[in-house]
Design a protein around this ligand. Structure first.
Ligand code: FE2
Length: 178
């Protein structure tokens, strides 16, 4: 690879793959969440993500290029991390909600960085329409990250695992009762 244009297309293919896979992943997250607020947040972001896919496809179209996906390995890692946790730790419902919020925040942070660098490339090459579309996606990711951060302040593990000790202010990772 030699050019900014090629790099832009490559990175665009990467985020296209991420967004397409997230449409499914967010649907699953919504189904698996036990907290109704969390379910709603995941479903709302799933609908947003479908639009984000369309915007990325639109950019390919404007450039006269076929939308070509690249496996987004960053997202693969994040999804695998969550899947492995579920399989290995057999988390209770409340713990799973807490972990899902954390995983969603990681994904959003990753996407925010990806969109910021795509916007930088698009600006350098004078792709004004692409910049606008990418900024729209970025704004939604930022809003979703904020929403997840708000939910993480509300949705907590039910048991601290520290009940026997006299240090109620000390917070540690939660553990399921045996
Ligand atoms: Fe997204």
């Amino acid at each position: 690879m030699q050019t900014a244009h090629e790099l832009f297309l490559h990175e665009l293919g990467d985020i296209l793959n991420a967004e397409r896979r997230l449409v499914d992943a967010l649907g699953e997250q919504a189904e698996r969440s036990s907290n109704p607020q969390l379910q709603k947040a995941f479903s709302a972001h799933q609908a947003q993500t479908e639009k984000q896919v369309q915007r990325v496809e639109q950019i390919f179209e404007q450039l006269g290029e076929e939308p070509e996906e690249e496996e987004c390995k960053g997202l693969s890692g994040l999804l695998e991390e969550l899947e492995t946790f579920k399989q290995e730790q057999d988390p209770s419902e409340d713990i799973l909600d807490v972990v899902s919020i954390g995983a969603a925040s990681k994904v959003e942070s990753y996407e925010i960085c990806a969109y910021e660098s795509l916007i930088g490339l698009a600006q350098d090459m004078g792709h004004t329409k692409a910049v606008k579309l990418l900024q729209q996606n970025l704004k939604e990711e930022e809003q979703t990250l904020k929403k997840m951060q708000g939910l993480s302040r509300k949705i907590k593990p039910e048991q601290s695992g520290m009940e026997e000790e006299e240090e109620p202010t000390r917070k540690r990772g939660s553990r399921r009762a045996a």
